[in-house]
Every structure is written in C-alpha cells, then in structure tokens.
Ligand binder design. Structure first.
Ligand SMILES: [Zn+2]
Length: 345
C-alpha cells in the first residue's frame, strides 16, 4: 500500500519478509521492493534453468502482493493468505500446471482472465512452463500483453526463453535466475540431516540447483546409492558377468515398459550413463590426485582405480560421450551398453 507522506511524495511500506529462499539475493530484493511500493509491472518473465526455485519465488512474491497484513508478508494467517493456501483465491489465476499450453487453452485462460472480477485491488495470473508456448499461443498472449486487462499482472515462468518471440520478451519485466553459489547451497543443505560426505556429493552433483538436489534427496539418497552400486558392479565385473547383467537389465526394462521404442528404452538408461560418466571421471581424478565428485563412494572409487590406467580412463570418457550422442539416434541401447564394455574393459 502506498501512502502520501506529508511532503506529498509517495511513501512505501516497510514489511518484514518471511521468504525461506536461499540465493537469488538481488532478485528477492527487487521483488520485495516491488511489494513494499505496490508498484507492479504488467508482465513479468521469470526465467532460468529448471531446478533453481523460480516457482517458489513466484509463490512468495504473489502471496506477499496479495497478503493483507501490515507487517509481515506473507503472514500465512490473513483471509487472503488462507484462500491462496487452499488455492481458492479468485484473483489468482494459474495456467500450465495441469493442462498443456495449447493455443486453445491460452485463449480460454486469457478470456476468463479478462472477464473475471477483481475482489482485491489486483488480479494476478501465472503461466507455468512458458518455454512450451508455440508461435500461435505466443501471438494470443501478445494481444493481451499489448492491452492488459485493468489491474492485472501476468507472470510467465520459463526454463528457457530461446523459443519465445522477441515481441513477447520485450513486453516483460525480466527476472533472470542463475545457479546458487556453493555458499548458498551449503547454507540451504544445512537444513537437512545428511553427513558431510553426502552433502558434498549432493552439492557436486546438483550444480547449484536445489531442484536437482531435492530429486537426489527425496528418498534419503536410496535410489542414488542403488544406481551407484549398479554402476560399480558393471565397472568391477568381468566380461561374462557384465554381459549377463546388461542382458537381465534390458529384459526387466522391456517387461516393465512393453511397446517402448528403442529411444524410449535408451532414455530410461540415460541417467545410468550419466552416472557412469561421473564414476569414470572420478576414477581419473583419483589417478590425477584431484578431489572426487562422489565423496560418498570415495573408498570404492579408490579400490576401483587400481583396475584402470589414467590413459584408459581418458579414452573411456571419450567413448562414453560418443555413446551418449548415439543414444539419441534410435540405436539399440542394449548394443550401446555392450559396446561400452568393449571400450571400458
Ligand atoms: Zn497474509
């Protein structure tokens, strides 16, 4: 809320902000000032790679804008905050969470937005996954951005803006998100109960993206450890056991996903190939006396390293990157995994 001060200059409120968000300091400062001054742009475009917490920042921004408390934003207690929590706040519209961003869906959404009443002093609309809007959808959107409904602010969230037309981008206030620093990641990870080795590994593998870290952490690293054990088995076994393991693995994958095309099966194995790469690189790092990424498996890596020369590991990494490219071109993934053995062993 803006109140005229005695000298006639508009004065902004100084709220206490309770956003449990790590990193993105400049973006948060800008958005919180926007809330304090209650001076909104017509359109915002929050963008940056997946996993950085853009949606969470938008949630707190929007809730702080609509919250009625005079001190803390968002208070989580006022009438508006409670409605937002229950997802029943009439002035908050959302598209792209449960439906695709087809031109029909966009048109219908914008039409409803233009007709809806404002019960608070502003209407807010969030469009998720804006990187998936096609040219027709973007054109529909552009019309609204050029003549926005009264008191309405549209927030687009996109993992990338390379597909969005410049005409749309130029209408938006851009809020760019980047990976968190190691410091911020460390502070954030301190909220979780993991050992030092585990924290370091999570940090090394998530590249400053809390979303990736959460994927790793959501089952207490169980699936990560299972995958690591699988890769260690492949790396340490002889040709016969390796071939058998691959055979059995693909038998299970085909049974679990009947009718899957080659590349779809390949996609299922891609994360293992990525982990295989992490292992090969770590083995090379051990040979070169450099710190490893996967601290949790430091001991196993040291044992494994005796089986390889640095030169062999370097060659393996090159073959692996070629295999990763082929995986996208409908080559039998099982054949690729078998080829991997030929180059690794
Ligand atoms: Zn509130």
């Amino acid at each position: 809320m803006i109140f005229p001060a005695k000298n006639g200059i508009l004065k902004s409120m100084s709220y206490k902000f309770t956003w449990p968000i790590y990193g993105h300091q400049n973006q948060l400062k800008y958005l919180q000032e926007t809330v304090s001054q209650n001076k909104l742009a017509n359109t915002y475009l929050f963008y940056g790679p997946r996993g950085l917490g853009k949606k969470m920042v938008v949630d707190y921004f929007v809730q702080s804008l609509l919250c009625q408390d005079q001190e803390t934003r968002p208070c989580q207690k006022c009438y508006h905050c409670r409605l937002i929590k229950k997802n029943t706040f009439l002035d908050l519209h959302k598209l792209g969470r449960n439906e695709d961003l087809s031109v029909e869906n966009i048109r219908e959404f914008l039409h409803k937005l233009s007709l809806s009443n404002v019960s608070a002093d502003k209407k807010l609309a969030i469009i998720y996954g804006a990187e998936n809007v096609n040219l027709f959808g973007a054109n529909a959107l552009l019309k609204t951005l050029e003549e926005p409904p009264r008191n309405t602010t549209i927030i687009l969230i996109a993992d990338s803006i390379s597909n969005l037309p410049a005409t749309v981008i130029s209408r938006c206030q851009l809020i760019k998100f980047q990976s968190l620093s190691r410091d911020d990641m460390e502070k954030w990870l301190d909220n979780y109960d993991f050992g030092q080795d585990e924290k370091k590994t999570i940090m090394n593998l998530s590249f400053g993206k809390p979303g990736i870290a959460l994927d790793l952490m959501n089952d207490n690293l169980e699936s990560f450890k299972k995958s690591c054990n699988f890769v260690i088995k492949l790396l340490s076994s002889n040709t016969f056991v390796y071939m058998n393991t691959i055979d059995k693995w693909f038998e299970i994958l085909k049974k679990e996903h009947p009718g899957f095309k080659m590349y779809e099966l390949g996609n299922l194995t891609e994360q293992y190939l990525n982990l295989f790469e992490v292992f090969l690189r770590d083995l090379l790092w051990i040979k070169l006396d450099r710190p490893v990424v996967n601290e949790v498996y430091h001991k196993e890596l040291q044992d494994l390293a005796n089986q390889f020369t640095a030169k062999k590991l370097f060659q393996n990494l090159i073959s692996l990157s070629k295999i990763k490219t082929k995986l996208k071109y409908n080559v039998s993934p099982q054949l690729l995994w078998e080829n991997l053995l030929l180059s690794v062993k």
